[in-house]
Design a protein around this ligand. Structure first.
Ligand SMILES: *Cc1c(COP(=O)(O)O)cnc(C)c1O
Length: 416
């Protein structure tokens, strides 16, 4: 459910015609819908009402300050993977007391920053990291709240780049080594055991792997509690998939019901770390057609957005819907929609049946609100896109388009 719709054959973001946004702010531009973000958050919040819970939005999915601010105002916590993300959460008015810190490679200075801001939990991903967190906490004279990220070895049945809970993945701690690490943590004056968690992957379309993972972790909770290890929260990670095409996905209601039924009886506070399911369908990428061409038997639509703006098609072969902003009856052709970047991997769509388009017209790349701008770069010295947050009829410029001075920022010529 989202608030990008056609009205009188014109594509709108809430009450604003996208053509007006392109005229005022140029292209390529990311456009987010505030009503959609709020709705996605609220639906999940209601679905989890059966258990005490905190929704920690995964900042890496969409880290724009205005988006984080909107979610913080809704009561969201945040899942971060770097000190930079923590700084964004704080700038956006988020509560560090509702922040969990994931990731396999936290530096000492990042751990220290997290401890100084008294975040909710550091998710420990190895024995070495547990010892480093203890060391940094000792130096600061504090007790670090720790939660082990265990690896339940469940196949989430998703793209291999976003499956994170398999035995061979770089993430998490083996379930078998978890008890020893918990004993070590519980005995330390500089560590405080607060919870346990797992995150098995992203764009998960079935409930079963998630339930299996939670059940395995709950098993471990029993054994740990029997040893006197106190566990306050259970973090089930993120990963709920969204329909990019017409996939059947897990509904928040089914997800909420199944998970709260499993977790609530154990008196654990439930934490979840959704990224894509909150932000994905809440954003589109607005782009303009630069031209069309034919090579051999292939038809290309060349647009002004490229893999540096939206990497997902190039990185994962991801499918995004692409629609004309001005709807009209016209013949359809099979085309590749490509950007100007000098890579054959630079495409937004391949072998796609699309209405014939004209040079200069606008297209909207759908479901681009998660892992869109956040993964963008300056490759080919392309300024990064503008980001807008639409709320009803109001438009907020959430990030101005970069210009040529941004491109060389921090660089220096050698003295001559
Ligand atoms: C990426 C990530 C998430 C968010 O995943 P989504 O698929 O966007 O919900 C949550 N937790 C961790 C640890 C992650 O790495």
């Amino acid at each position: 459910m989202h608030h990008f719709t056609y009205r009188n054959a014109q594509f709108y973001a809430e009450d604003v015609p996208l053509a007006d946004l392109a005229a005022a702010y140029g292209t390529p531009t990311y456009v987010y819908s505030a009503a959609t973000l709020r709705r996605h958050y609220d639906v999940l919040d209601e679905a989890l009402a059966g258990a005490a819970h905190t929704i920690c939005f995964a900042v890496k999915a969409n880290s724009n300050l205005a988006v984080l601010q909107l979610l913080a105002q809704r009561g969201a916590g945040f899942d971060i993977v770097s000190a930079g993300e923590l700084q964004r959460v704080i700038l956006a008015g988020g509560d560090p007391g509702k922040v969990v810190f994931s990731g396999v490679g936290k530096r000492d200075d990042e751990i220290a920053l997290a401890l100084r801001h008294s975040i909710l939990a550091l998710h420990v991903e190895s024995e070495g990291e547990l010892l480093r967190i203890e060391h940094v906490a000792a130096q600061l004279g504090v007790r670090a709240p720790v939660s082990l990220r265990v690896n339940p070895q469940v196949d989430p049945k998703t793209h291999k780049y976003i499956a994170t809970g398999l035995a061979t993945s770089k993430f998490g701690v083996d379930m078998r080594s978890a008890p020893a690490l918990y004993r070590r943590a519980a005995a330390s004056p500089h560590l405080r055991v607060v919870g346990i968690g797992s995150h098995i992957g992203s764009q998960i379309l079935e409930l079963q792997p998630m339930i299996e993972a939670v059940a395995k972790v709950l098993d471990l909770v029993h054994r740990l509690r029997a040893e006197g290890i106190p566990l306050h929260h259970l973090d089930i990670g993120g990963g709920i998939g969204i329909p990019y095409r017409d996939e059947d996905t897990v509904t928040p209601a089914d997800f909420g019901q199944a998970i709260t039924a499993l977790v609530a009886p154990h008196g654990l506070h439930l934490i979840t770390e959704p990224g894509r399911v909150i932000a994905g369908n809440a954003g589109i990428l607005l782009t303009r057609v630069i031209g069309t061409k034919q090579n051999g038997n292939r038809n290309f639509i060349i647009v002004d957005a490229a893999m540096n703006d939206l990497l997902r098609p190039a990185l994962y072969g991801a499918w995004h819907g692409i629609v004309p902003v001005q709807q009209q009856d016209r013949p359809e052709h099979v085309v590749d929609v490509v950007g100007p970047v000098c890579e054959s991997g630079d495409f937004l769509a391949q072998d796609r049946l699309m209405p014939a388009v004209e040079t200069g017209e606008l297209l909207a790349v759908l479901a681009a609100g998660a892992y869109g701008f956040a993964m963008s770069s300056n490759y080919n010295s392309r300024p990064r896109a503008c980001e807008l947050l639409v709320d009803g009829a109001s438009v907020h410029e959430a990030r101005r388009r970069e210009d040529s001075s941004d491109l060389c920022k921090g660089e220096a010529l050698r003295p001559v």
